[in-house]
Design a protein. Structure first.
Length: 244
């Protein structure tokens, strides 16, 4: 059974090609999906979309259109592909580096926005959806009047300009519970999961997270906060984009 091997690699930008073999296939909702013996593609989850890419063998190429993690890692191919012909065949897999790079920058920026919103307004992140063009974060905030879009944007861009290292490690759950830089609600993580993959932005934020990230905040580039709208009592939706 293949594992999501991306979690062992950091930073997540510019992922290298890797070799894999098709070990199972199935049709889901009319589309062909295959499982590899090994995969470094990021499966959709945690608010982050899946990687896209290409697999190739003997000059023939197939596009990877989506990746899902269920019990196994499944990779969606174009509807025209005869998946039976791919069984037990070896491929070179390439991850779309431009797409991955943007998502790494967007996801790391989300950690910074969550940290800044907590420090500035006592706000907690209650949801997010990372995308290529823009990303949204939903924050819980007691006082709407205390929120300042300009202050939030300035704080995040200052974190970026400080060029702080972003590291990945694996930590036991009890090491994180009392740390003030851990801003997520640890009770939302299933109790049976004790060893967690942790992304640390030194002195700013510590977060259990399976997503892909840059290696230094300076790699993000500045962000710009766009629409801010109410999503009901005590909740704001904040949208932001990357400034190239």
């Amino acid at each position: 059974m293949s594992e999501p091997l991306h979690i062992k690699l950091h930073p997540g930008i510019n992922p290298p090609n890797f070799n894999c073999k098709v070990i199972s296939s199935e049709i889901i909702d009319g589309s062909p999906w295959v499982q590899f013996d090994e995969s470094y593609y990021y499966p959709s989850g945690g608010g982050q979309p899946a990687d896209h890419g290409i697999i190739s063998s003997d000059g023939t190429k197939y596009s990877i259109l989506d990746v899902r993690k269920r019990t196994e890692m499944l990779h969606q191919l174009d509807d025209s592909v005869d998946i039976d012909s791919l069984m037990n065949k070896s491929f070179t897999a390439e991850i779309d580096q431009q797409r991955r790079g943007i998502l790494c920058r967007m996801h790391t920026a989300q950690h910074l926005i969550s940290a800044a919103a907590d420090e500035l307004f006592g706000a907690t992140t209650v949801g997010n959806q990372i995308n290529i063009d823009k990303t949204r974060i939903d924050i819980g905030i007691e006082s709407r009047e205390s929120f300042s879009k300009d202050d939030l944007e300035s704080s995040v861009n200052n974190f970026i300009d400080s060029e702080v290292d972003v590291s990945m490690s694996f930590m036991p759950r009890n090491q994180l519970i009392e740390d003030p830089l851990v801003r997520v609600n640890m009770n939302l993580i299933p109790k049976h999961i004790n060893q967690l993959r942790v992304i640390t932005i030194e002195g700013i934020d510590i977060c259990p997270c399976a997503g892909t990230h840059v290696g230094n905040t300076g790699d993000i580039g500045h962000i710009q906060i766009g629409k801010v709208k109410s999503k009901g009592a005590g909740k704001l939706r904040v949208e932001y984009t990357l400034i190239e």
